[in-house]
Design a protein around this ligand. Structure first.
Ligand code: NDP
Length: 479
């Protein structure tokens, strides 16, 4: 049985109430581990430790901060297999994908180790001969970092790495569904020599532990990834005390296939991005709009690509594992049923796979739907499951209008070989990222952030570091 504890002021401890959260393997529904649950007092002690350590860590030279991040990256690399296995067991994703997530998390530590030394200031000319104006960037203060269960290690690292590089201290709250691998990963930072109290980890339900953390008056900044509704709750809580916030929230990402596109390439990319991690990705392809002339060819190719995907336990390392939670599976099936009842046709999947190995676990065959319209939940709400609704359009304007007909604005994908279509679509789509002829995900050198109800602020790149820094103008006068 795997077990993780809270990390408070440099020490791993049980919660003071000795309560534990059970962790399930979504392929067997069996308990595989447990995580200590923090009490309100534990949360307070973690925040106080971060507050106490802030003067030390924020004044540690950037090269020394970078050295800790680099050493933690090396430690995590040496444990890659072990961390990936644990992530697969609790989250369900195939082992190779879990390894990819751990590698990308290590990449974030290394990238922000480099960026720590590039926190530059400015000198601004003044119009008085006896004055000088200098602008410096300083860490915002103790940070609360909260992440979801779909990429539990990576999405917390996207906060922990820039915050620590900037000189902030932190309290991280991993998700309750998948707390194991991320807590083990974060322990590498402590072993790498981070001062006690610079990074604390509290575990437990968002509604109690998370709320107490974000409302704590000593927290100066909240970095959050999760659902839009939770983001709203956090934004309201942050108003008290005027805390800074970065929110990476839900998505409903369109993929447009224009008449001149390579249909087979578009279908292959769509199947990959709609179903990877069982559709439990904020930037999953959620709605597909294909030019009417290409519709039948596209659907045929998409079904063929989907049929090839092999489903099994994450540990068997096939293409798809189970969904991570029973609620997620039920919500996805409900969305498919609602669409079917309103006239959609399920041309592939949408049912539990047959066979003895699928009797337990949250398995689902990915679904391809046609005859879909915008009255259906699959086009309006974030399903967060493996469902690909395909619709048609006739004109460029209609395609853009349909793609933007959503409160979300995270990522949009365009397939076309016409430069004008590509550029105009990229400019007109309301999203923080637009992929042209590719469906690549977030990568550390490039800014990643949501427009509209998909979030506030950005993560990744040097812009992501700015989220943990404040500007200070120093005006000097001399005789
Ligand atoms: P939730 O919003 O339910 O939870 C996210 C985290 O917030 C969890 O750690 C949760 O704790 C905690 N939490 C819940 N309620 C509160 C609260 N009131 N105060 C403080 N913390 C709270 O999201 P999910 O875990 O279900 O993750 C899926 C969502 O994340 C999807 O909407 C997805 O689109 C989004 N996401 C966005 C990304 C982006 O970059 N824009 C990337 C990946 C995912 P607990 O686990 O205990 O419930």
């Amino acid at each position: 049985m795997e077990q993780v504890q809270l990390l408070i002021d440099g020490t791993f401890v049980d919660g003071e109430d000795h309560r534990w959260i059970e962790v399930l393997d979504p392929s067997s529904e069996e308990v595989i581990g447990r995580a200590a649950e923090a009490s309100p007092g534990d949360v307070d002690r973690a925040v106080e430790a971060a507050h106490r350590t802030f003067p030390t860590w924020s004044q540690t030279p950037p090269s020394a901060r970078a050295a800790v991040l680099r050493k933690a990256a090396a430690l995590a690399s040496s444990r890659l297999d072990e961390l990936a296995r644990l992530l697969t067991l609790e989250q369900g994703k195939p082992l190779k994908e879990a390894k990819g997530e751990i590698r990308a998390s290590i990449d974030a530590l290394e990238y922000y180790a480099e960026e720590a030394r590039r926190i530059y200031g400015e000198t601004i000319p003044t119009d008085q001969a006896n004055r000088r104006s200098i602008v410096i960037r300083q860490p915002v203060g103790p940070v609360a970092a909260i992440g979801p269960w779909n990429y539990p290690v990576l999405l917390l690292c996207w906060k922990v790495a820039p915050a620590l590089a900037a000189g902030c201290t932190m309290v991280a709250k991993p998700p309750s569904v998948t707390p194991l691998a991320v807590t083990r990963f974060l322990a590498c930072l402590i072993e790498a020599g981070l001062p006690a109290g610079a990074l604390n980890v509290v575990l437990g339900p968002g509604r109690t532990v998370g709320e107490r953390l974000v409302r704590h008056p000593l927290i100066r900044k909240i970095g959050f990834t999760g659902e839009t509704r939770t983001g709203e709750t956090i934004m309201k809580a942050a108003a008290e005390g005027m805390k800074r916030i970065s929110l990476e929230l839900g998505g409903h990402c369109p993929l447009l296939v224009f008449p001149d596109a390579d249909v087979e390439a578009a279908a292959k990319a769509a199947a990959y991005r709609a179903f990877r991690n069982m559709g439990q990705i904020c930037n999953a392809v959620n709605r597909i709009y294909v030019h009417r002339a290409l519709h039948d060819r596209f659907v045929e190719a998409m079904v063929e690509e989907t049929r090839r995907l092999r489903i099994g336990r994450g540990i068997d390392d096939l293409d798809l594992g189970p969904m991570t939670t029973r609620e997620g599976l039920e919500k996805t099936m409900d969305h498919i049923e609602e669409a079917r009842a309103k006239g959609a046709r399920v041309v592939y999947g949408g049912h539990r796979p047959a066979g003895a190995s699928f009797e337990k676990g949250y398995f689902l065959v990915p679904a391809v739907l046609v005859n879909v319209d915008h009255s259906m939940k699959v086009t309006r709400e974030e399903t967060f499951g493996p469902v690909a609704p395909v619709m048609t359009f006739d004109t460029f304007e209609e395609a853009i209008g349909l793609a933007n007909d959503t409160p979300y604005g995270l990522v949009a994908y365009v397939f076309t070989n016409d430069l004008k279509t590509a550029l105009l679509a990229a400019e007109r789509l309301e999203a923080g990222t637009v992929g042209i002829n590719n469906v690549a995900g977030g990568e550390v050198p490039f800014p990643y952030g949501g427009w509209k109800e998909s979030g506030l602020g950005v993560e990744l790149s040097h812009h992501g570091l700015e989220e943990y820094l404040l500007l200070k103008h120093i005006r000097i006068e001399f005789k």
